[in-house]
Design a protein around this ligand. Structure first.
Ligand code: CP3
Length: 342
């Protein structure tokens, strides 16, 4: 078996230079992605077509030889598979029919795995086609982040509709999060059954909540998911990414049981070091440093390697790469990380 550096770090080992991949590494900054996307028609058609989803997942691996590959899909296929309407509108992002408190009880689980079968097929094909040293990461959204899109019906700057829903009808919010946690855990288990080597839980909107609601709506449902996934697959690493959690990052690993903390770029490297003393971390270059390139990129990379290179680190961005980012900057980042010495 070829060694997977990514998995070694997930098990707590220090690997230097660290393994590297990028959130949103398959996407519009790549001309070959835009080409496949045009052939697919809609974004969702691309997500549900195993041949095309495999193709776009492999594109960044061919170009950059990343140490990990992330399944190409979207976090919103989970509510879609539960019968909620979903469209992706060019230039506006996801659009859903907003869920009302009375709709929570009638979410339809009956076709959940049937609807998601194309995703499981994509994972099976990917594990066969990827190089043996490249880890395959499955993923889903955290219940809170998925719920914010289900409630507002689209992206918002601070997820005010989701927060208002939770404070106005706490019982409906708890019921919604519990359902999403149960289904999302099953979804991750099926991805692991199909060949995913690790999974990541994206909680992109963790940073908009006060302390008590962060406990109740972010950490509690994620802890429940981790418990369920571990019951079936105790050995599979789970990355948690509570973007924007600030000081609340400190209790996240202990309270949820995740393996590795995904850090956004606003996490100070001093705090990152403390978090790394308790387990692996992943992150946390500002995607705008990557887009800017040059000195901004070099300094950002060097600071992370300097602060975190002597512990278990997966090098990554602090959030997804943006469509305007030059490919040459990605190449420069990979070279700088891989060429680093201590
Ligand atoms: O990382 C990867 O390469 C895997 C693919 C992936 C996508 N979305 C593809 C995608 C992953 C892991 C996601 C997660 C996701 N999706 C999150 C959590 C992470 C994050 O970025 O915060 C969220 C909140 C979503 C929901 C979503 N999907 C939004 C808000 C948007 C619109 C914004 C945008 O970038 O257009 C999407 C669309 C989306 N998801 C695209 C891609 C490649 C662009 C759609 C297109 O190609 O037309």
């Amino acid at each position: 078996m070829a060694e997977m550096k990514f998995l070694e770090v997930m098990r707590g080992k220090t690997v230097f230079p660290p393994p590297i991949w990028m959130m949103r590494q398959a996407g519009r900054y790549l001309p070959e992605y835009r080409e496949t996307r045009k052939r697919a028609g809609s974004f969702l058609d691309l997500c549900y077509d195993p041949a095309m989803a495999v193709e776009v997942t492999l594109q960044p691996i061919r170009r950059f030889g990343f140490d990990a590959s992330i399944l190409f899909s979207d976090i919103l296929v989970v509510p879609h598979a539960l019968g909620r309407e979903l469209r992706f509108v060019e230039g506006r992002g996801p659009m859903m029919t907003p869920i009302k408190p009375q709709d929570v009880d009638v979410l339809d689980r009956s076709l959940f795995h049937v609807n998601l079968e194309p995703v499981y097929e994509t994972v099976r094909r990917l594990r066969r086609e990827l190089p043996p040293e490249t880890a395959l990461i499955g993923f889903c959204g955290a219940p809170w982040t998925v719920a914010t899109y289900m409630i507002a019906g689209h992206g918002t700057p601070d997820q005010a509709p989701g927060r208002l829903f939770g404070f106005s009808d706490p019982e409906a919010m708890e019921a919604l999060l519990a359902k999403l946690a149960a289904q999302s855990a099953e979804y991750l288990i099926r991805q692991i059954d199909a060949g995913a080597d690790a999974v990541q839980i994206f909680d992109s909107w963790a940073g908009v909540l006060d302390e008590a609601s962060f406990e109740a709506w972010c950490m509690k449902p994620v802890a429940e998911m981790v418990r369920r996934v571990r019951e079936k697959h105790p050995e599979v690493p789970i990355v948690g990414f509570p973007k924007g959690a600030g000081m609340l990052y400190d209790s996240y690993r202990a309270k949820t049981g995740i393996t590795t903390l995904g850090l956004d770029w606003s996490v100070p490297l001093s705090q990152a070091r403390r978090l790394q003393a308790l387990g692996p971390v992943q992150g946390n270059l500002d995607p705008m440093r990557l887009r800017a390139g040059g000195k901004a990129l070099e300094e950002g990379v060097d600071r992370i390697l300097e602060a975190l290179g002597d512990g278990p680190l997966v090098f990554n961005l602090g959030h997804g790469i943006t469509p305007e980012t030059p490919i040459a900057h990605v190449e420069a980042m990979v070279q700088r990380v891989r060429g680093a010495n201590r």
